[in-house]
Design a protein around this ligand. Structure first.
Ligand code: ATP
Ligand code: MG
Length: 715
């Protein structure tokens, strides 16, 4: 046997029969259609190596397109491991840019347009030219919409009719978007710049319009591989067609059940139609899941088994290949802060027990959710790597909010009680607690600032829960100092860390341990998914998340978003499954939670058994979960009713009146005087002045509406 045969045999030895069929298929169109973790990426990598080692072509003749630059790097590494060098493994964008830089000079008369550093800047110019009032966030949404249109091969003139035809919601009146879009194209042209989509479009134009460039590019690149083919856009497909010309040596791999980028214009139709477009194509299906334990695979099958629509037609049932692992766990926490705290604690335990931080991921639906985890993990000293988004304190709206808070310190606002000062200061940047925009980047920005405002409440609670910090109530200045400290701590460089990623950014990747968090209906699926088609994409996102786990998978959500807030339901895709731990029906207002430790908590003993109290909630109540004081349920309900009315009347979130825990403490102790009331945690001087008489009235059996009238009018 020659050395070459040995190398080829070695190459095939790590593959199952179907993977081998895909790897060794004759040159020409090949479509690998397979579920998550079945070795698609592995199969294409081996197919490239197979073709090169057999002598069909050199590595330099291969273009392998991956979804992210990180995936491209991984593919090059794997190929090097298989003894193959020189493969052009890139994203569509990077492959196109390279060709444009190389061949485009002639076409652009020696002056290639510069790549725009910020498309947002041009959107702002275009919006102004179109006479539109916009904000940074609105410009962001307009930019995203124009990217979608360009990726979908829809120009400014066709925009209005195209979105009407598919019933798409525009981020502004469609005629306005079209005007901005036209002005945007013009602004780029005048400035001599190109954006992301232009890079692909110019490259495709260059190849289709210039025969000699087409000849050169096609003789260089002879064999094409596209990973994650279920998520290509019409514009990317156009470029791929230009690359191929009338040739068909192309291998595509994808999983329609993982189509999750439709919002960018990506569509699974090219994957699903591949064998119709290429009649001679070899079609290989892979069903053996090598990544995950049968426990994880079972759940993934259940979720995707219920899917509907075009993508569901091709779904395959995965067959787990690995030995049994731990059961998938499911947990409900009182609120999002507690969820983040518990998950962070688990991560720190896992790392202490020997799991490498880089083998752990926390995955969530929207980037705004990263903040709570960045914070919580930092408080346990666990380093993090945030994928696909700016860190919380680097977000422009958070920076603006910090400036607004700091500049209010020396003004009148700085002398107000903290929980009033924060919203007052944030009004300067247009934030109001009850004015959430409906979606998109504006909503994300709003949520980020809301999260920042929520830290004020946490900060106060922490102060009150720590007897040695009983000095004056922290004011805005102290809060700003606290924020600076947090921001500084989080900027510590993270080398090896727990990955924090949105489900979108987690595609194609895998970890030993995965925490899928925030699985509340309204977050996943997002409230913005209103059509069946949009909901199906949310289901696929959950499927992508579940299938990232090799060994351990934990699912969770916080009942309320903020302490004392409205309770939410479990993600609708999981609710019917009756997973152990889900759903755990809470008692009214009581937090369904495991004990958790506060890092800086001081010793305080249980009024029942005398054991030290470590859980923040227990500490506020003054007793541990095992020694429950009996609560006056009726009083608790009346207190809640009163709180809702006051909060509504004053236009602020309910928790800023009192948190649930404080209401429970009142309903347990039934205080008879101001002094007794003041001894409860969560009731400082300002709350006592404002709400004390009303609370005592309720404790004494008074009417709720009378109690509402008794506390000071709203601002
Ligand atoms: P995704 O849909 O998430 O992109 P995929 O189908 O691309 O998944 P890979 O990432 O290629 O799957 O493989 C998943 C895991 O299974 C990897 O760790 C890979 O090394 C392993 N694997 C794949 N095929 C085999 C095999 N035949 N034997 C052993 N391990 C395998
Ligand atoms: Mg893959």
């Amino acid at each position: 046997m020659t050395a070459r045969d040995q190398a080829l045999e070695r190459l095939l030895s790590g593959l199952d029969p179907e993977q081998r069929e895909a790897v060794t298929a004759d040159p020409g169109p090949v479509c690998i259609l397979a579920g998550a973790g079945t070795g698609k990426t592995r199969a294409v990598t081996h197919r490239i190596a197979w073709r090169v080692l057999r002598g069909d072509m050199r590595g330099q003749h291969v273009t392998a397109v991956t979804f992210t630059a990180r995936a491209a790097g991984e593919m090059r590494d794997r190929l090097r491991g298989l003894g193959v060098a020189g493969v052009n493994a890139r994203t569509f964008h990077s492959a196109a840019l390279r060709q444009l830089r190389y061949f485009g000079m002639r076409r652009f008369n020696g002056r290639l347009p510069d790549l725009v550093d910020s498309a947002l800047k041009f959107t702002a110019i275009a919006a102004a030219r179109a006479g539109l009032q916009t904000s940074r966030a609105k410009n962001f949404d307009l930019t995203t919409e124009m990217e979608w249109a360009a990726s979908s091969l829809i120009g400014p003139d066709d925009y209005v009719s195209a979105i009407a035809a598919i019933g798409r919601d525009a981020p502004a009146p469609p005629e306005d978007v079209a005007k901005v879009y036209a002005a945007y194209v013009e602004a780029k042209r005048r400035a001599g710049v190109m954006d992301f989509a232009d890079v692909l479009a110019h490259t495709a134009d260059m190849i289709t319009e210039d025969e000699s460039i087409a000849d050169q590019i096609r003789s260089q690149y002879r064999f094409f591989v596209v990973d994650e083919y279920q998520d290509v856009t019409p514009l990317q497909q156009r470029l791929l067609d230009a690359w191929l010309g009338d040739r068909d040596d192309i291998t595509v791999v994808g999983d329609a059940s993982q189509t999750i980028y439709s919002f960018t214009g990506a569509t699974s139709k090219y994957l699903l139609d591949f064998t119709r477009r290429h009649r001679s194509a070899a079609l290989v299906r892979l069903v053996r899941d090598y990544r995950s334990t049968p426990q994880v695979v079972g759940l993934a099958n259940q979720i995707i088994g219920e899917s509907k629509g075009r993508e569901a037609k091709m779904r395959l049932e995965l067959i787990g290949q690995r030995p049994d692992g731990p059961a998938v766990t499911a947990e409900v926490f009182a609120d999002e802060a507690e969820e983040a705290d518990m998950i962070a604690r688990r991560c720190s335990q896992l790392i202490a027990d020997g799991t490498s931080a880089s083998e752990i991921a926390v995955l969530y639906r929207t980037n705004a959710q990263s903040q709570a985890y960045e914070e919580a993990l930092a408080s346990y000293g666990v380093p993090t790597v945030v994928t696909g988004a700016a860190r919380f304190f680097d977000r422009p709206e958070v920076r603006q909010a910090l400036v607004a808070l700091r500049s209010a310190v020396k003004a009148d606002i700085g002398r107000m009680p903290l929980l009033e000062a924060v919203p007052a200061a944030l009004e300067a940047i247009g934030w109001r607690p009850d004015a959430a925009p409906s979606g998109g980047a504006q909503r994300e920005a709003y949520e980020a600032v809301t999260a920042l405002a929520g830290l004020a409440e946490q900060f106060l609670e922490h102060h009150r829960a720590n007897p040695d910090e009983d000095g004056p109530e922290p004011d805005l200045e102290a809060f700003c100092a606290e924020l600076s400290r947090r921001a500084a701590e989080q900027h510590a460089p993270a080398v090896e860390g727990v990955t924090l990623a949105s489900l979108h950014a987690a595609k194609g990747l895998e970890w030993d341990v995965v925490f899928l968090v925030g699985l509340a209906d309204g977050t996943l699926p997002t409230t913005f998914a209103r059509t069946d088609i949009a909901l199906e994409e949310e289901r696929r996102l959950l499927y992508v998340g579940i299938t990232r786990a090799r060994e351990r998978l934990q699912l969770s959500y916080g009942l309320a978003r903020n302490a004392g807030g409205r309770e939410r339901r479990l993600c609708r895709f999981l609710a019917p499954l009756g997973l152990g731990g889900f759903p755990r029906l809470p008692e009214p207002g009581a937090a369904a939670s495991k004990p958790r430790e506060r890092k800086r908590a001081k010793v305080l003993d249980c009024s029942g058994c005398g054991k030290p109290l470590t859980d923040a909630r227990d500490r506020k109540l003054g007793h541990c979960a095992d020694c429950p004081a009996t609560m006056d349920e009726a009083l608790f309900e009346r207190l809640r009713e009163w709180r809702v009315s006051v909060a509504k009347r004053d236009g602020k979130p309910a928790f800023t009146v009192f948190t649930d825990v404080t209401l429970i403490a009142i309903a347990e102790r039934c205080p008879g005087s101001d002094t007794e009331l003041a001894s409860l945690h969560g009731i400082g001087k300002s709350k006592l002045d404002k709400y004390g008489p009303a609370v005592l009235h309720l404790v004494n059996g008074g009417e709720v509406n009378e109690a509402v009238a008794m506390c000071g009018e709203g601002p």
